[in-house]
Design a protein around this ligand. Structure first.
Ligand code: NDP
Ligand code: OXD
Length: 315
């Protein structure tokens, strides 16, 4: 029973150590140098795998994504069709994302960047503030991550709504679904958070048309966006133009069209933009390997794998 890590951009030795700890009987290998006999490989786990690598594993039974998003795996046109893909759904990863979303909603709501700038200039400016109940947060993508963030923000007093492909029934959270619900969702939203997966349907969804439909009734007179979903969802030129024109008040971006964000991107230095380097929710090797080992154990016992990606929907 062999397990292969395909991690071109992550420290594979750390992951291999964590996997050996989680599944001591497993023959843990690493692409590209430690493949061994590829016919032995039953399970593989990947993050940003190059195309053709998974296709070369003739006896692969399950492919694991080491994050919640699977866009980079599904991008491989040579991916075998019959191998199930299991993504991460773990309270550790979800909790980290909720921390990020709550932090950045509060950062804008409490005008912390203005306070930081004032401190640097030794300015005592006790400007008026507003209550969470005056702020409408709208979360695009009301899945595992979106629901947890929505509930925590609701509990802080924010007016929270979510938009997803299918409608949801969550106490205290207004639900909008599909194309039919999109404009109404935007119209009531002062802070737009994206926790959508990257799919052809969500590509470029944060664009000038979307921004123009957001609420201008909120405390700052213009909306705010927070994107921790995927960079493919944002049209960066449209965001910059909206910040310049005042159609957008501010933005927090964790994900970008190109990662790492190129040094010449104007987003780095824009006074209304907070840039974070795709760190909203990091995959912890020990936690995630324990999750993967649990799924392998289920598979070996003939139980259904959990969190299997729906390839038709792309997430
Ligand atoms: P889920 O699959 O649980 O949730 C996805 C949500 O998006 C669902 O509510 C789904 O609707 C909705 N959705 C998908 N397509 C559409 C569409 N076309 N229109 C409207 N709604 C749509 O994923 P997670 O919550 O676990 O993760 C979400 C994403 O967060 C990941 O795919 C990844 O891109 C990103 N992420 C980013 C991280 C970071 O560090 N920046 C870390 C972890 C994740 P429905 O409920 O109806 O299916
Ligand atoms: C993920 C990520 O999808 O870290 O888990 O982006």
């Amino acid at each position: 029973m062999a397990f292969l890590f395909i991690l071109p951009t992550w420290p594979v030795a750390v992951w291999a150590r964590a996997m050996r700890q989680a599944a001591p009987a497993m023959d843990v290998r690493a692409w590209p140098d430690g493949l061994g006999n590829i016919a032995d490989i039953d399970y593989a786990a990947a993050w940003l795998p190059p195309p053709n690598v998974v296709r070369g594993l003739p006896n692969l039974k399950v492919l694991f994504s080491l994050g919640a998003g699977v866009d980079a795996i599904l991008n491989d046109p040579t991916l075998p069709e019959n191998v199930p893909i299991v993504r991460v759904n773990d309270p550790d990863l979800t909790g980290r994302m909720t921390e990020y979303v709550v932090l950045h909603v509060l950062l804008h709501h409490r005008q912390q960047r203005r306070i930081d700038a004032n401190q640097r200039r030794k300015v005592w400016d006790s400007f008026p503030t507003h209550a969470a109940t005056q702020m409408s947060v709208g979360i695009m993508g009301l899945g595992v991550m979106g629901q947890d963030s929505a509930c925590r923000l609701r509990d802080l007093g924010f007016r929270v709504a979510g938009w997803s492909r299918t409608g949801k029934d969550i106490e205290g959270i207004e639900s909008f679904a599909g194309a039919a619900g999109f404009d109404a969702f935007l119209a009531r939203t002062d802070i737009l958070v994206s926790l959508l997966p990257a799919t052809p349907e969500t590509d470029g969804i944060i664009n000038s048309a979307t921004i123009s439909k957001l609420s201008h009734q909120g405390p700052f007179g213009a909306p705010i966006i927070i994107n921790a979903g995927r960079g493919r969802q944002q049209v960066e030129a449209d965001i910059l133009a909206a910040l310049e024109s005042g159609a957008l008040h501010a933005a927090t971006l964790d994900v970008f069209q190109a990662e790492p964000l190129p040094p010449d991107s104007p987003l780095w230095t824009h006074p209304k933009v907070t840039v974070t380097p795709h760190v909203a929710a990091d995959s912890d090797p020990e936690v995630i390997c324990a999750y993967v080992a649990r799924q392998i154990e289920r598979y070996r016992q003939g139980l259904a794998l959990e969190n299997v990606v729906d390839r038709a929907h792309g997430y």
